[in-house]
Design a protein around this ligand. Structure first.
Ligand code: SF4
Length: 443
């Protein structure tokens, strides 16, 4: 049997896509292997969100070139957003790459493998599709408690800094029926948690059914103990979605809410379609309907033209909201995006200074939020062993926070009650509690 090896970079959508390609390879007679050295087919599933992500792949390909020189029959495939972004240009500098496959080309892998076997020439397939959602295809999932389930693909928002609409194409959604079938099968395969994925997960639309309808349907699948989703766009969050989350205990009370910036002028330049005031109003609405809901975010510093005062507005919004945690980035110009037309760039040193002060502020807010959980009793899904000790489990709260606690007699995939005893950085520490009646939500 031939073997395949997939190395995944970037977001959860890429993790889900790699599991899809894994099932395609297995259906075509390949077995999974965990080392490059003994793989007949090696795929890099790539990210193009920032320049650094692509630089990493260029150097990785340099390393794999040596492996291919040792084993010329080894197939080397580049897939994902960077492949879609660079297309056949990569072959100029790296002619030893056999496949360049965009995110909408995976269904054609069996045919591409056959063509390569016959002609042994490089194949580039980066046709974006308005329809491809890989319906009816069941991913070959990695071990764990959570099943990543992609419900829609592409993005129509065109934020001026973002390359995703160019690498993943236009928005299109799977049918609710197809998604529910996959959720049921994942439960049968032993997964107790599902995470619904989309570049803009709450822009889900299929024949009149919207995201709240899908959430309700997934929540009703028996055996699904927890449902999460990522990444939503603030513009598409409405009361219907929040009501469904409120009324279903297994819909986790945590929302990733990308702010990106605090100043209205910069939000407009980013084409984020909401204002500072609208974002703050949305946060209060979420906290009214879902008290204690975990809120995380994405923030970019140093977007072209962002003044020191406008950056301070980002800090002020953070101070008002106090997110549970945040992914923070320096603006990275992406070829083909509108923002590259703006000439008033912020210097690298100023970007770095803003990023450092933003991280300091967020660390303080994360600790503030986590310390409020001390002495509370929360439900935790036992997920895996702690890296620190084999006597300690790591699991997540409903609000998507990691908790470490002594195992005692509990097992993976068990939902347990834990009293939070301490908080350091992003991690909570706790002890198992046998009496669930003492359980109550964080105010
Ligand atoms: S919503 Fe904006 S940031 Fe998110 S994937 Fe779409 S274009 Fe990119």
């Amino acid at each position: 049997m031939k073997n395949y090896y997939i190395e995944t970079y970037g977001c959860q959508m890429n993790v889900a896509d790699s599991e899809l390609v894994a099932s395609i390879m297995e259906e075509n007679g390949y077995g999974k292997i965990d080392t490059v050295e003994s793989a007949d087919a090696v795929f890099l599933n790539t990210c193009a969100i920032r320049e650094h992500a692509e630089e990493k792949i260029h150097s990785r390909l340099g390393v794999l070139r040596k492996e291919k020189e040792k084993r010329p029959h080894m197939i080397l495939g580049l897939m994902g957003c960077m492949a879609q972004h660079v297309k056949d240009d990569i072959l100029e500098s790296k002619p030893y790459v056999d496949f360049v496959l965009g995110p909408d080309s995976y269904r054609r892998i069996p045919d591409i493998l056959r063509r390569h076997e016959q002609k042994n020439e490089s194949i580039v397939d980066t046709r974006l599709s308005r329809f491809e959602v890989y319906s009816g295809m069941y991913p070959s999932r990695n071990e764990g408690i959570n099943a990543w389930i992609s419900i829609m693909r592409g993005c129509d928002k065109f934020c001026t800094f973002c390359i995703v609409p160019f690498t993943r194409g236009r928005e299109r959604s799977r049918s609710v029926k197809d998604i529910i079938q996959e959720v049921r099968r994942a439960v049968d395969d032993g997964f107790v948690e599902v995470t619904l994925l989309g570049q803009n997960v709450n822009s889900f639309r299929h024949r009149g059914e919207r995201f709240p309808d899908l959430l309700q349907a997934v929540a009703e699948v028996s055996g699904v103990q927890r449902v999460r989703f990522t990444s939503p766009h603030p513009q598409d969050i409405d009361d219907d979605m929040l009501f469904v989350m409120r009324d279903n205990a297994n819909l986790c009370k945590s929302i990733h809410l990308p702010l990106q910036a605090g100043s209205d002028r910069i939000l407009k330049r980013m084409n984020r379609t909401y204002s500072q005031a609208e974002f703050l109003a949305l946060v209060s609405r979420i906290r009214d309907l879902l008290p204690g809901c975990g809120l995380t975010t994405d923030i970019i510093v140093g977007f072209p033209g962002e003044t020191r005062e406008e950056f301070d507005e980002t800090l002020q919004v953070m101070e008002k909201i106090k997110f549970d945690s945040a992914f923070t980035f320096k603006y990275s110009p992406r070829p083909g995006t509108k923002a590259t037309e703006y000439s008033d760039h912020v210097s690298e040193s100023e970007k770095q200074a803003r990023l450092e002060s933003l991280i300091t502020v967020q660390k303080r807010h994360t600790l503030f939020r986590n310390r409020r959980e001390i002495s509370e009793i929360v439900k935790v899904m036992v997920e895996k062993e702690s890296k620190k000790s084999s006597d300690v489990w790591a699991g997540r709260t409903d609000t998507n926070k990691w908790v470490l606690f002594a195992k005692k007699t509990t097992q993976v995939k068990q939902m347990v009650n834990v009293r939070i005893t301490d908080a350091h950085g992003v991690t909570l520490f706790g002890e198992l509690v046998s009496d669930p009646r003492r359980f109550h939500a964080v105010a």
